[in-house]
Design a protein around this ligand. Structure first.
Ligand code: CTP
Length: 402
């Protein structure tokens, strides 16, 4: 349903960059205010050449900021990002997109973006060929991996006279996107969620380790999903090159022992714990202090068991805390997953089988089944890890409200 005041009380920080579509900002601000939102505007210097700050300050009833400092006083970019419920960058030019992807900070809008703790959504605007350029698509993918949302471009007449994809979404469609976003996002508001992700590395000596192929992508996608639904998220992540979402507390760890310590500290406060990390089951009994030199004889490593983090949390879980485990299996999948659910005292277990093509480590897709302690079973198709994360979080939310 679309109605008046659907955005009542929402604080929207509108970032405007240098694109001809900036002329639509006036209509966008009017629409946002009509829908009940409070709007503040930051612009890039290029943005001010397409639409006058005076027009926008009049419409938004707030000062429009476009300099990092003005009259020798510094614009507080940190507070702006904290003030907002969402930062909407519309139009997003290809230049600002590239800066967001690379983390460049050469104007106020970029300083606000980089220091924002709120969610960020962008509405790109560019010419068709620019839009289709691989670098643009790679940058979009990159900022999506940081947890930013993209409002798709629309098809139509472009500034160049060409007709094709690249037009910024119409203001009413942007407002509809925001209304939809705010109508469901807050089902994890005030919930503290901790998530473990990625592999652990167990040191053999200062230069070598035993690890595994986990990329951490599944746990990162879950962290992103929980964050976008209003949770206070702590992500405890082993070594990975995957991009981290914005606006979460990130605890970087290396070994299973580090991950255990960080998990115990975070679990005290957590309402929900999702244990998606591929934790080493064994560690080196006595890692060498210096690099081990090769010799002609064979080498034997003595491995000792690590503590099972999920099981440890299962043993100390208090009433009201929800514990979600994962099971990665190659055979007797369901049977093994159910054993783990029971032996580790989890509330739910998410099974992925390495026998399913596209599931498991390193891929951008996954195929899961969920089993819960009440004996219910849910099976899902192969999906992107982002969609799988939404399925898992939906289950968590349903349990909370059951
Ligand atoms: N897990 C953990 N700490 C460990 C080992 C596993 O917290 N030391 C957690 C994982 O994060 C996952 C679940 O336990 O949520 C199951 O992990 P998995 O690797 O599938 O199984 P294991 O319990 O290690 O058993 P096995 O390797 O024998 O299958």
């Amino acid at each position: 349903m679309r109605g008046i005041f659907m955005l009542k009380g929402k604080k929207i920080l509108l970032g405007i960059t240098g694109s001809i579509a900036a002329y639509k900002s006036a209509l966008l601000i009017r629409g946002l205010i009509k829908a009940g939102a409070e709007v503040k505007v930051v612009m890039t210097p290029a943005g001010t050449q397409f639409v006058a700050p005076l027009t926008l300050s009049t419409l938004s009833k707030n000062e429009v900021l476009h300099h990092l400092s003005e009259n020798d006083s510094w614009s507080n970019h940190v507070m702006l990002g904290r003030w907002a419920d969402i930062m909407l960058i519309a139009p997003l030019s290809c230049n600002t997109l590239a800066k967001m992807s690379a983390g460049l900070c050469d104007n106020l809008l970029m300083a606000v973006y980089l220091s924002s703790t709120c969610e960020v959504v962008v509405a790109p605007a560019m010419d068709e060929d620019m839009w289709k350029h691989p670098s643009m698509q790679a940058n979009l993918e990159k900022i999506t991996s940081y947890g930013n949302h993209i409002i798709p471009v629309e098809n139509g007449e472009l500034a160049s006279g060409l007709i094709g994809p690249g037009r910024m979404a119409e203001p009413e469609n942007i407002i509809r996107w925001l209304e939809h976003h705010f109508s469901h996002v807050h089902d994890l508001k005030d919930k503290k969620v901790m998530i473990t992700a990625g592999p652990t590395y167990e040191a053999i000596d200062p230069v070598r380790f035993i690890g595994n192929h986990s990329s951490g992508k599944m746990g990162i996608a879950i962290a992103q999903e929980c964050k976008s639904r209003g949770a206070d998220v702590t992500l405890i992540c082993g070594p990975t090159s995957a991009a981290m979402p914005q606006g979460i507390k990130l605890v970087k760890v290396k070994s299973a022992a580090d991950m255990l310590a960080a998990s115990l500290a975070s679990f005290k406060e957590a309402d929900i714990a999702v244990m998606s990390a591929a934790v080493a089951d064994y560690t080196i009994a006595d890692p060498a202090e210096q690099k081990i030199k090769k010799s002609d004889s064979t080498v034997q490593l003595t491995l000792t068991r690590t503590e099972d983090i999920l099981k440890t949390l299962g043993a100390i879980k208090k009433q009201g805390q929800l514990l979600v485990g994962f099971a990665l299996e190659t055979e007797h999948e369901k049977e093994n997953a159910l054993k783990k659910l029971a032996s580790k005292n989890a509330d739910m277990i998410v099974l992925n089988s390495l026998n399913d093509a596209g599931a498991g480590f390193g891929t951008d897709t996954n195929k899961i089944s969920i089993f819960d302690k009440e004996g219910r079973e849910f099976f899902f198709e192969l999906k992107s890890k982002k969609e799988v994360a939404a399925d898992i979080v939906n289950h968590i939310v349903n349990r909370l409200h059951a």
